[in-house]
Design a protein around this ligand. Structure first.
Ligand code: FPP
Length: 235
């Protein structure tokens, strides 16, 4: 007998989901493979999960692909993540509905990569769904960058909205749900300003094993939460 796969419904309560894609190195180590192999599998999971989020109707997806701290990793490993981004940019041209936004400081990246990132952003800027790729990104650096922009504009005092409007994510709503894989329960300098009222979902599953079923589990868990944004609700 055939059982129909349970379909999951997403509504406007979940318009933005963000992922800290952790555990690629451990996934590779378990298989006695180099860490780069884990990132390669992680990149496959990333593409699958982005596609599934789109299919479910989630308007904005953000992923943490490379942090400002990741430069301290071995040169080979850093190089392999740059190559994964580069080859993803080639494939990204075929995604019809996605607007690509890179969060972070591009200026220190390879010049050809910078150009292709900017071209992709420009070419896709009128599309309906957003994929934010945090690359050479740090939450504190992002807030400092926003403040420096405001100073350069001559601001004498600033509001929360001014800061939000100068973050790399200015065109996106704050994340409703932040998922972190691989068992660590910390934020690691990701979306520090934007996560003020986000729900968090932590799972032991390593990122390369995080598939559609795991995504659905995270979403189902999110819908069981009662969000009150600092307000009072009946228990
Ligand atoms: C953290 O796992 C993961 C990263 C630092 C890189 C994430 C990159 C990808 C998933 C693929 C690249 C995708 C794009 C779009 C460029 P870790 O290496 O810290 O894992 P560990 O804690 O098990 O060592």
């Amino acid at each position: 007998m055939l059982f129909k796969k349970k379909e999951i419904h997403v509504d406007s309560r979940l318009s933005h989901i963000a992922f800290i894609m952790d555990g690629n190195g451990r996934w590779a180590k378990k298989r006695a493979m180099p860490r780069q192999f884990g990132h390669k599998q992680g990149a496959k999971s990333f593409e699958r999960i982005v596609r599934e989020c789109n299919r479910l109707g989630i308007k904005t997806v953000t992923v943490y692909a490379f942090s400002t701290e990741n430069w301290s990793r071995p040169k080979d490993e850093v190089g392999s993540i740059m190559e994964l981004l580069s080859s993803y940019i080639d494939r990204a041209q075929d995604e019809k509905d996605i607007k690509f936004v890179f969060l972070g400081d591009k200026s220190v990246l390879r010049e050809d990569l910078q150009k292709r990132m900017t071209d992709l952003e420009e070419k896709t800027k009128d599309r309906p769904n957003t994929l934010n790729i945090a690359f050479n990104y740090g939450g504190r650096a992002e807030i400092v960058h926003a403040c420096n922009e405001l100073i350069a504009e001559g601001a004498e005092s600033v509001s929360e909205k001014d800061i939000s409007d100068h973050l790399y994510t200015s065109a996106s709503p704050d994340p409703d749900l932040i998922v972190r894989t691989a068992g660590e329960c910390r934020i690691s300098n990701f979306l520090l300003w934007q996560c003020a009222y986000s729900e968090f979902y932590f799972t032991d599953v390593l990122w390369p094993d995080f598939d559609e079923k795991e995504l659905h589990r995270a979403i189902e868990n999110f819908y069981k939460r009662k969000r009150n944004f600092g307000n009072v609700t009946e228990k």
